[in-house]
Design a protein. Structure first.
Length: 229
């Protein structure tokens, strides 16, 4: 983030944390592209910063500046501090561990997010939303095979988990160039979730992937933009 993201006092810096992280969450959603969070509704994949929206007075204009990794980490640590204090007295609180993991995920600190997601899953291994986010975090650090394993584990618990099916299709296409696998995941999504809010979008993705199955080398494609950061 540009230098104006910092303020002259620690108090003012802390007062900007919630605002900055809330916008970062939107920016991450756009940067990730097509993947969705475990507990998020399908429409969340279209989150964007509203046009013409300005930062509140005294707040940094984060829409036009990219935070540095160090600033993101600092903000996540600051936001996580009170939750970590609670965790000391309640170390087996799976929901609290998931909440901390989400803070680091939203701040693009994926290894830390993975650590907390895995700790949460050790307590509640059937938490499908947590495991879906764990899979996506693995994708974001360049481990698509592990991401797919996590999505598969979700589907063993909940064969209709829409976001796991959607994300698995995207990772198989984007990271593995497995068109058949992507098509299979998306068709299963539509079969098991007939009222899926973005049915038309998934059908379009299936059509795109099916075109790739018959394309000749050197042909132009409509492959979605990469979701890796």
């Amino acid at each position: 983030m540009a230098a104006n993201a910092k303020t002259s006092t620690a108090g003012n810096w802390t007062s900007t944390q919630a605002y900055i992280l809330s916008v970062i969450c939107l920016l991450v959603g756009v940067a990730v592209g097509y993947l969705v969070r475990g507990s998020a509704p399908a429409t969340s994949t279209n989150l964007q910063t509203p046009a013409g929206t300005n930062a509140p007075a005294g707040m940094p204009d984060v829409a036009n500046a990219q935070p540095t990794p160090e600033q993101l980490r600092h903000m996540a640590d600051t936001q996580a501090a009170p939750l970590l204090s609670k965790l000391q007295t309640d170390p087996n609180n799976a929901a609290l561990l998931y909440q901390i993991g989400n803070l680091y995920y939203d701040a693009q600190q994926y290894p830390e997010a993975i650590s907390y997601y895995e700790r949460s899953l050790k307590i509640d291994p059937k938490a499908t939303d947590v495991r879906t986010d764990l899979g996506t975090a693995y994708h974001l650090i360049g481990q698509p095979d592990q991401a797919i394993r996590e999505y598969d584990a979700v589907l063993k618990v909940d064969s209709k988990h829409a976001n796991a099916l959607f994300n698995e299709g995207m990772v198989k296409w984007q990271d593995k160039m497995d068109m058949n696998g992507a098509i299979s995941a998306w068709k299963r999504l539509l079969q098991t979730n007939p009222d899926y809010p973005q049915k038309d979008r998934v059908e379009h993705l299936i059509a795109q992937a099916e075109q790739h199955l018959t394309m000749k080398p050197g042909s132009k494609t409509d492959k979605p933009a990469t979701i890796a950061q």
